[in-house]
Design a protein around this ligand. Structure first.
Ligand SMILES: *[C@@H]1O[C@H](CO)[C@@H](O)[C@H](O)[C@H]1NC(C)=O
Ligand SMILES: *[C@@H]1O[C@H](CO)[C@@H](O)[C@H](O)[C@H]1NC(C)=O
Ligand SMILES: *[C@@H]1O[C@H](CO)[C@@H](O)[C@H](O)[C@H]1NC(C)=O
Ligand SMILES: *[C@@H]1O[C@H](CO)[C@@H](O)[C@H](O)[C@H]1NC(C)=O
Ligand SMILES: [Zn+2]
Ligand SMILES: [Zn+2]
Length: 592
């Protein structure tokens, strides 16, 4: 019976990881640390993994920790292979989400036309798509015709549960359903699948089938028959799906199904989407790695004793900078990292940035503002900056400021910290990549003043409103807080990741950051002197359904008006987007 089946899986995944710690004893290797580096433990089968790059191919110009670009990454993989892998094997994997977050992808029409060229310079052995390749038809068409059917990636682009609708309305797999191949050196037989999480908002050019359902199809049975356990050394499941998924347990369902056909195989997962560094133990012969977001992480994983009863796994999260790349590839100086091909890609990125005017300076940010490493009440919190100084700049063409005004935004609409330094056109795409329209409704103050609290309390809204990465945030601080707090003079601030192997996965020992919870929504409130009973309540048009729900629920409780709110009560407010208002604010600082 299906329900009981899923239930039992949920129970399995809830077993405390302590159960497996004996098996993995010593996995948190003491290793030889040089400076504050933690070295990589190269094994027989090695992987480098990226995910959720979201257009961040041109490095993080205001964050030295993540100051390498895609060309440096290409140099790194070349040198790493030459100098560290030898007669072992290395596979390069990406798990999708390549748009929306940086000007290099987002300042072009269609979105990603230039960034895709750059991204595809990397020699991936396995690659696939994320949900951000499926929001607009343009993105989906570009991905299919530029990458999926690109000769360079023949067979290597895998999407087991996604189909593409061609220009001729034909439904075809979005790449290979699976890939079976042998590694170059040790001749491991690899069987690879790729699953996108159950994303049901794809545009009309793509179809996503839930992974567990896809695995019931004939093609999978045929694969199992052709490649039974004795013909396979390692199963790789890479896809745009979180490896820790406390709500849906999707990856655990996939694992349970695979184990029924492959009870003894090594199964290695690579995941993404929730924008975190993470490593999970599934059982004695199966682990999963997830490698951050926005090209600030290269995930490393190795498996040793691959063909034995007791494979050994090791993981590292490599900071995306040239020091780390040089250190781990074993070159003596940063300048020795460079390869001609990598350098060519770096200069191409520079040309694109110039062409798209991403380098043109709008103003200067006098100090850094953070999303979650400062509390909301802090002057260094970006939401505090927005509600105090930026949103009040909003002007309507449709109405005037005779009434008190509330302006409510969902925090998920801000994607990145705002760092001290030059504010360029790129900064706009980075901090607030979504263009937005404002709507408003005229309502009694007695209702308006409770909407934000209502939206921030709703557990249901937590899962449906923000982008998924913000929904997971609530659980993160707890996990990170259970690692020792590091404060060593001379160390830079950065990740201390807690995962199923412990607190020592990051390739550099960093000073710890504090994390503060971020609510669903924040608001700016301007109460007019001599305010009347009714106010203008302004919000992003795309959160209108949530605002209307909140108003009706609050009114049911408080009985302020005698009617129900609907879309008909909402009007266009007009005015500039949050990103543009932020730009205006930064500009105004220069003049003052
Ligand atoms: C498919 O159609 C799009 C426009 O909808 C066009 O840009 C593209 O070149 C077409 N591709 C092929 C292979 O026909
Ligand atoms: C790098 O770019 C130069 C100049 O465009 C070109 O001649 C060279 O072949 C390129 N090298 C590689 C390895 O792509
Ligand atoms: C970049 O700026 C220049 C000069 O201001 C302008 O001529 C050009 O059209 C801009 N290009 C883009 C892609 O915005
Ligand atoms: C503001 O707009 C309202 C209509 O929405 C109008 O009745 C009022 O006179 C206006 N006030 C000012 C000061 O323009
Ligand atoms: Zn993502
Ligand atoms: Zn995603």
């Amino acid at each position: 019976m299906l329900t009981a089946f899923w239930l039992s899986i949920a129970v399995v995944s809830a077993i405390p990881i302590g159960k497996f710690q004996a098996v993995f004893n010593g996995a948190e290797e003491k290793g030889h640390d040089e400076g504050n580096f933690r070295d990589l433990k190269v094994g027989e089968l090695n992987f480098l993994h990226t995910t959720d790059t979201h257009g961040w191919l041109g490095s993080h110009l205001t964050q030295p920790n993540y100051g390498a670009d895609w060309g440096d990454f290409i140099s790194f993989t070349t040198k790493f292979k030459e100098r560290r892998i030898g007669s072992n094997d290395l596979l390069l994997i990406d798990t999708g989400d390549k748009h929306d977050g940086n000007g290099i992808s987002d300042a072009t029409v269609p979105n990603g036309i230039r960034s895709t060229e750059i991204f595809n310079e990397q020699d991936y052995d396995l690659l696939t798509l994320g949900n951000h390749e499926l929001y607009t038809e343009d993105n989906t068409i570009l991905e299919y015709y530029s990458t999926v059917v690109n000769d360079k990636f023949k067979g290597k682009y895998v999407a087991s549960n996604v189909e593409f609708v061609t220009n001729e309305s034909e439904i075809v797999p979005f790449g290979s359903k699976y890939r079976f191949f042998q590694t170059a050196n040790l001749r491991y037989n690899i069987l690879a699948f790729s699953f996108l999480f159950n994303f049901q908002r794809a545009n009309s050019r793509a179809i996503v089938t839930p992974a567990a359902e896809e695995l019931q199809k004939d093609w999978f049975q045929e694969v199992v028959n052709s490649y039974p356990e004795e013909k396979v050394d390692v199963i790789i499941v890479f896809g745009h799906m979180p490896i820790t998924d406390p709500e849906e347990h999707e990856i655990n369902k996939v694992h349970a199904i695979l184990r029924t056909y492959y009870p003894n195989s090594v199964i290695q997962y690579f995941g993404g989407h929730s924008h975190i560094r993470d490593f999970a133990i599934f059982d004695e012969r199966s682990t999963g790695l997830q490698s951050g977001r926005f090209a600030e992480t290269v995930g490393f994983l190795s498996i040793d004793n691959v063909r034995s009863e007791a494979p050994r796994f090791s993981r590292r999260y490599i900071d995306f900078n040239k020091d780390s790349f040089a250190h781990h590839s074993g070159v003596n100086f940063k300048k020795d990292l460079r390869t001609e091909r990598g350098a060519n890609v770096s200069s191409k990125i520079g040309e694109i940035r110039e062409e798209l005017n991403l380098t043109s300076v709008v103003g200067y940010v006098p100090r850094s503002y953070y999303m979650d490493s400062k509390p909301l009440t802090s002057k260094k919190n970006i939401y505090n900056l927005l509600t105090t100084n930026v949103l009040p700049l909003l002007k309507s063409k449709k109405t005037n400021s005779s009434k008190s005004r509330f302006i409510l935004i969902n925090t998920g609409s801000i994607r990145y910290d705002l760092y001290e330094g030059e504010f360029t056109k790129d900064t706009e795409y980075i901090v607030s990549p979504f263009s937005n329209d404002w709507n408003f409704v005229e309502i009694p103050l007695a209702l308006a003043e409770d909407v934000a609290a209502y939206l921030n309390n709703g557990a249901i809204l937590m899962t449906s409103m923000g982008p998924p990465e913000s929904r997971m945030k609530a659980e993160l601080p707890k996990r990170r807080d259970s690692c020792p707090f590091i404060h060593t003079p001379g160390f830079t601030k950065g990740y201390t990741t807690l995962d199923d192997f412990g607190c020592k996965g990051d390739d550099k020992v960093h000073n710890s950051e504090l994390y503060f919870p971020v609510p669903n929504v924040v608001q700016s409130v301007e109460l007019q002197a001599g305010w009347s009973e009714s106010v203008h309540f302004v919000f992003y048009s795309f959160i209108q359904p949530y605002v209307i729900n909140a108003l009706n629920a609050l009114n049911e409780e408080k009985k302020v008006v005698t009617y129900k709110f609907s879309d008909a009560d909402c009007m266009k407010y007009g005015g500039k987007s949050t990103g543009e208002l932020l730009k205006d604010y930064i500009r105004s600082l220069d003049k003052s």
